[in-house]
Ligand binder design. Sequence first.
Ligand SMILES: [Zn+2]
Length: 329
Amino acid sequence: MPQDDRTAPRPARRDTLRFLTATGAALAAAPLARAQTAPATPATPAAASGAMAMNGSGFYRQKIGDMTLTTVSDGTAALAAVLPTWGANPDRQAEFAATLAEYSVAATNTVNHFNPVLLEIGGKRILIDTGRGGANGQLVANLRRAGIEPDTISVVFITHGHGDHIGGLTTNGKPTFANAQHMINEAEFNFWVTQANPNDAVKNNLIGLKDKFKLLKSGEEIVPGVLTVATPGHTANHHSVLAQSGGQSALILGDAGGHFLISLKHEGAYVGFDTDGAQAARTRQEIFARITDGKLWVSGYHFPFPAIGHMRRLAPGSFEYEPTLWNWS
Ligand SMILES: [Zn+2]
């Protein structure tokens, strides 16, 4: 979820058209945070007995072809109400509320999820987005639970410059992933680092690390088999990641996916933090069709943990997320 972009200027229409075209071209070619979530009074016998209060261990591995995709939770944050943030169209609030009710998804007193993705492919470890960092960030703790030390990450790719995606790049002013090649789309990087008054997350994690970044063109390869895909709208130069191995593919959406239910089911729905809501909604239609038609694996950064699964088409322009069935290996 974007945190610091309320003052971000909207991109010029010419730019959004340019990036939409780039999107089409690229697509054609191609312990959970106990402290934040535990109630003050233990609600379950397990919590009362001192056992882990939450299910899972903060990471989830999925073999895809010859690569391993691991979603690694950065924890959760309290969310008082899903609407209007996650379905922001003012004239469609009743429609979105009805969908939450239909699917028995809590509309109030719930949480936001933050799910960076680790790809292990061709002997490299590629981390996509880094969570919030600071006191709330659980990414490094959960990477260690998965047996991954931060200094073994080969590449860190950033989908876009919002604080909940870049905040974990530094720890106490030092690079968290000291040996990693840092990568981001060139236009996305330049947009953030040239702000007149950059926010602290941008100052600390983008401007402060500018010498570590390799700036990528749209569609450029991160490592063999792993490409960036222009998915504009949430930010003007947002990029997702397409990973291919052994005849299978996964699209790691970042925030191009929006909300796992409302953004998929309702064509034209946009998220409150989308820089250009109409553009974001058009991009979602394109990528959801691509994911559905190609039977791709998909991961959405703010989808509920473990945030990995597939999609299916309900009707023209309307899609549904299919969370993977839990496996233990
Ligand atoms: Zn986000």
